[in-house]
Design a protein around this ligand. Sequence first.
Ligand SMILES: NC(=O)c1ccc[n+]([C@@H]2O[C@H](COP(=O)([O-])OP(=O)(O)OC[C@H]3O[C@@H](n4cnc5c(N)ncnc54)[C@H](O)[C@@H]3O)[C@@H](O)[C@H]2O)c1
Length: 379
Amino acid sequence: MDNVRFGIVGVGGMGSGHASTLPHIPEAELTAVCDISPEALAAATEAYGVPGFDNHIDLLDSGLVDAIIVATPHYFHPPIAVDAMERGIHVISEKPMAVTVAGAEAMIKTAERTGVVFSVMFQLRALPVNQAAKRLIEEGRLGKIYRTLLTDCHFRSQAYYNSAGWRATWKGEGGGVLLNQAPHGMDIFTWLAGMPSRVIANVSTRQHVIEVEDEASALLEYENGAIGYFLETVNEYPTGIRIELCGELGKLVLEGGQLHFWEVKPGVRAASDETTEMWGRPEAEEVEIELEERQTGHAAIIRNVVCAILHQEPLISPGPEAIRSLELANAILLSGHKNKPVTLPVDRAEYNAFIEAKKATSKDKDVEDQRITDPQHLT
Ligand SMILES: NC(=O)c1ccc[n+]([C@@H]2O[C@H](COP(=O)([O-])OP(=O)(O)OC[C@H]3O[C@@H](n4cnc5c(N)ncnc54)[C@H](O)[C@@H]3O)[C@@H](O)[C@H]2O)c1
């Protein structure tokens, strides 16, 4: 195989964005599209000049694709991905990979059994600052981490929530900010900081007329005794992610696309134990971190998957790692709704029952679906 032939399932806002990105990726081509909406499908076949299918099975069985990008609303990611994997077709799933951890596990198990390449669209992983932060942690430069923080602030208008029937409903989306805007920040946070073992959360709907949460905060507890503070919201402007990781040997801050790292000598605890001076303190020196030049954005993840299929390149965002942000999202939602601490891994049966109960209360929204790509995702 010299070229990877891609099908896109779900050619709404994000799927159309990926269709515009594919022509810029060497060794990749768009060969088919699929959408259950006749209007969206007709617009896509005309825009991209490729065959269209009104259901994903016909696309998968067409012989036209080696890989698919799943860009439907979240609930459809697992069944469509699994159907593709069972046919030996490689998969890039949009985030979140699933609504429930049980759904995510089905995808991971099928990918392992069938041996297909499976990646999730966490494009922030490709950013040089995030890659450099990961290297610092892997090199042990922070030492034991004793405190973490994620504040991930977004803005979404009521018009955004009114733009499609599936958005911000339990049956259409299975959650709010935690399932839609938060996965990117939560992926970077859990990739760098690891997973907490227990969460105590508060979830609320503050500024929007929607069924699900537009804000979530939590206290995180880690196995090694570390604690973390967590906030995800769509109610703030200006927006942005801040991650702080405080370790015995160093402190790392990611904010506004910048990475700061301070080396602490001889270490926070060591300085406390060793100094005999009342106002003694450790030394902290900010270290300049070299950043590599690399491709970023959705194109980086798609290009990486192409290279994984053709040349066995390691994945930037492997499917099995994508379950971590979802595990944390499920735990925080459950804890917030029960008003009780929740231990991780989340009890799969309990979470499934929680979501099914929420779906049963979910109401249809009488809105006209719009499929407009977020301008920041236009190539
Ligand atoms: N990685 C990112 O930066 C990013 C950005 C935006 C959205 N997303 C993700 O992309 C997904 C889609 O979001 P969107 O904003 O494009 O939504 P959208 O509503 O604009 O588009 C979804 C499309 O999927 C189609 N669809 C629904 N069910 C289908 C099915 N079973 N088979 C085929 N097509 C189906 C709809 O008709 C629609 O055209 C979501 O999971 C979202 O979280 C990711």
